[in-house]
Every structure is written in structure tokens, then in C-alpha cells.
Design a binder for this molecule. Structure first.
Ligand code: PLP
Length: 369
């Protein structure tokens, strides 16, 4: 199988899998237990917390482990219920873990406004001032989009809004390991991460919070994670995430170069074969290795099925049910017409892909289209 869907998830690194296995076997004690086995488990969690913090330029005490990016995003949003300012601004191309959660918390008294994007998927930062009001208690704009790869000018937006003292969250789930992520440079108050997007395990993520006072627990129970995320810790997942984060940040430059080479090679070789194909997103500010491409008059679910039969895995941003493909919310927000929207594939290369793999993908596309 040729796998080109690394934005959906990445294969776990062998050394990370090994570490998880070892942790599960040897360090099974409850980290809240005060005997030495428990203390050892606790020390492993604290080491991983430091590794995650180092990967994004944070302090260990600013990192809270969650069950993934979805929970990290939800925790920030639901936290706002307990605060006076109950208006939230988010971009119109956020992941459903923001957009759907916003719709849900609306019924509990939160109001929200969506910041539009241009046809390349970059937020219209100038529109922000029209959306901000005296009740705005959070701005949430993703670092990089998961369907088209566009990287948002987070640092600039934070600078522009800093005098207003509105907490800023960024969903950086797609970014770590592919492009530098540093909370001090960005100036954000909250940042979400998910281990399975950078060759770590699934079901574990983290939330960076600049100041603990800015967060309320979403999962209530024991006193784990300084009382901000109850439940016995997923020790092996946390340990795996720590190692994956360390490796992701150590190898980020190499990964960036490799993925860019694959992407450029694909784009250059695709254009002469498919002059009608349209590349979506902002090519000057985008994730390496992610390509959103529309093949007019070719439904993406059919293309995906045909590629699958050739042993090739790619994705489309659109939600697919059998025999029915719904236009993607992200592409819609970028103004892409429905016909083209449902004819769009997302190809996301990973560290394990080679130029030879890309050639095979190009050949397969030529045969099926
Ligand atoms: N945010 C973005 C931008 C994502 O791409 C994803 C996963 O696809 C998530 C959040 C959700 O992360 P998780 O799968 O860890 O819950």
C-alpha cells in the first residue's frame, strides 16, 4: 500500500512503538501512588511533559495532557462558559473540533462569529476588528489548515490584537514536526497538539496554556494534571508523545525539506499531464507535503476508490457516505464551487514516502482519469 494521507494520521515510529510497549509492560503502576513504582511512572510523565514543552518553546508546567487534539480544542472552548466574556471568534475553516463544538456551546449561552478566509484559505485578518466586541473572550485561529495546508499569519494577528487583551488559541495539530512551532514567538495563550499527527500514538494530545488560571477542567474527577484534566493518566501514550515530540522538533528541518521536494516534484510533473487540474491553498504559506488538488468533472470519492484498488491511499476533505459526497466546508469557505469542491483530493506526503512513490501516484492518476 502506498500511503499518502499523513494529514489524517501518521504511522507510528518504531522507536516510539517500542517505548510504548516497554512502558506498558514495566510501568503499569498508577502515577498517583506514592510507592516507588508509582513515583517512577510519575517521573516518566513529567519527563514527557518537558519533552513536549521543549518542542514548542514552553515551560513544562504549561503543558496538560489530553486525549488528543479534539479534547484540547474543546477544553479551551468550554472553559469560556465559566467566564464573563462569552463571545468567541474563530476562523471559518477550523476543524470540526472547533466549529461543531462552537455550535454545541451556543445553546449554553456562548455566541460566536466566524472570520472569513480568502480564496487561498488565508483568514481576512482585517475583518477581525469588525467582529471583536466588548464581550469577546477568545479568538481561535488554526495554525495550519488540515485540508489545504494554508498557514495562517498567527504571529501578526496576535500582535495586532494584543492591546485588546483577548486570549488567543491556535490549533497547531497539523503543524508540529513540519514547520517551526514556538509559543513565545507566536504569542498565543493556548495551543493544541495531537501526537498521531507527528508519528506518535493515537488517543493522546496536549494543550499548552500560558497561565493555568485561564483554564477550567472539562473532564471532572480526580486531581490529575493539576486538577485540570481528571482521570488516570495514559502513561504509555504520554511517554510515546514525549518521544515523538522530541524527534519531531529535532527532525523538523529535514522533514520540511523532504516533504517540499516531494510536493514540488508532484506538482511539476502533474501540470503537463493534467493542464485542467487546479491546486488549492496558499502556496507561499503552506504546510510542506500537503496538496489539495481539484480534477474538474471527476468526483473525489470515485477517484479515491479507484486509487484504493491500485493500493494507493489518499483522501478528500469532503465527508463521504456511500454513494454520496458532501462539499467540504473548508473549500466552500474559500469560495470554491460545489462541482469543483467535490472533485478535490487531498494528498499528504510523509517522511517515509520517496520520489519513486510519487511517480507511482502520478502514473496511477494518469491511468484512472
Ligand atoms: N485539529 C486539526 C487541525 C486536525 O487536523 C485534527 C485531526 O484531524 C484535530 C484537530 C483532531 O485531533 P485528534 O484526532 O487528536 O482528536
Amino acid at each position: 500500500m502506498l500511503y499518502f494521507d499523513h494529514s489524517a494520521t501518521t504511522p507510528i515510529l518504531p522507536e516510539v512503538a517500542q517505548k510504548i510497549d516497554h512502558t506498558n509492560r514495566e510501568h503499569y503502576a498508577n502515577p498517583s501512588s506514592i510507592y516507588s513504582l508509582g513515583r517512577k511512572a510519575r517521573s516518566l510523565i513529567e519527563k514527557a511533559r518537558q519533552q513536549v514543552a521543549d518542542a514548542i518553546g514552553a515551560k513544562a508546567e504549561q503543558i496538560y495532557f489530553t486525549s488528543g487534539g479534539t479534547e484540547a480544542n474543546n477544553q479551551v472552548l468550554w472553559s469560556k462558559l465559566a467566564e464573563k466574556k462569552k463571545h468567541i471568534i474563530a476562523s471559518s475553516i477550523e476543524h470540526p473540533a472547533i466549529l461543531k463544538a462552537l455550535k454545541r456551546i451556543e445553546s449554553y449561552g456562548i455566541t460566536f462569529s466566524l472570520l472569513p478566509v480568502d480564496n487561498k484559505g488565508t483568514v481576512k485578518a482585517d475583518s477581525l476588528e469588525h467582529l471583536i466586541n466588548e464581550n469577546t473572550g477568545l479568538i481561535s485561529i488554526m495554525f495550519a489548515n488540515n485540508e489545504v495546508g494554508t498557514i495562517q499569519p498567527i504571529q501578526d494577528i496576535v500582535k495586532k490584537t494584543s492591546s485588546l487583551d483577548i486570549p488567543f488559541h491556535t490549533d497547531a495539530v497539523q503543524a508540529l514536526g513540519k514547520t517551526p512551532v514556538n509559543v513565545s514567538t507566536l504569542g498565543v495563550d493556548y495551543l493544541s497538539l495531537s501526537a498521531h499527527k507527528f508519528y506518535g500514538p493515537k488517543g493522546i494530545g496536549a494543550l499548552f496554556v500560558k497561565n493555568k488560571k485561564m483554564l477550567k477542567p472539562l473532564i471532572i474527577g480526580g486531581e490529575q494534571e493539576s486538577g485540570l484534566r481528571a482521570g488516570t493518566e495514559n502513561i504509555s501514550g504520554i511517554v510515546g508523545m514525549g518521544l515523538a515530540a522530541e524527534l519531531a522538533s529535532k527532525n523538523q528541518k529535514d522533514c520540511f525539506e523532504h516533504l517540499n521536494i516531494l510536493k514540488e516534484y508532484f506538482m511539476e510533473n502533474l501540470k503537463p499531464r493534467f493542464p485542467n487540474a487546479i491546486f488549492n491553498g496558499n502556496h507561499n504559506h503552506c504546510l510542506p507535503g500537503l496538496i489539495s488538488i481539484s480534477f474538474p468533472k471527476n468526483r473525489s470519492d470515485i477517484l479515491m476508490a479507484k486509487l484504493d484498488r491500485k493500493g494507493i491511499a489518499v483522501s478528500n476533505g469532503a465527508a463521504c457516505n456511500t454513494g454520496n459526497v458532501k462539499p467540504s466546508v473548508v473549500l466552500k469557505a474559500m469560495g470554491i464551487e460545489d462541482d469543483l469542491n467535490i472533485s478535490t483530493l487531498r494528498i499528504s506526503f510523509g517522511n517515509g514516502n520517496s520520489l519513486d512513490d510519487v511517480d507511482q501516484l502520478l502514473k496511477a492518476l494518469e491511468i484512472i482519469i
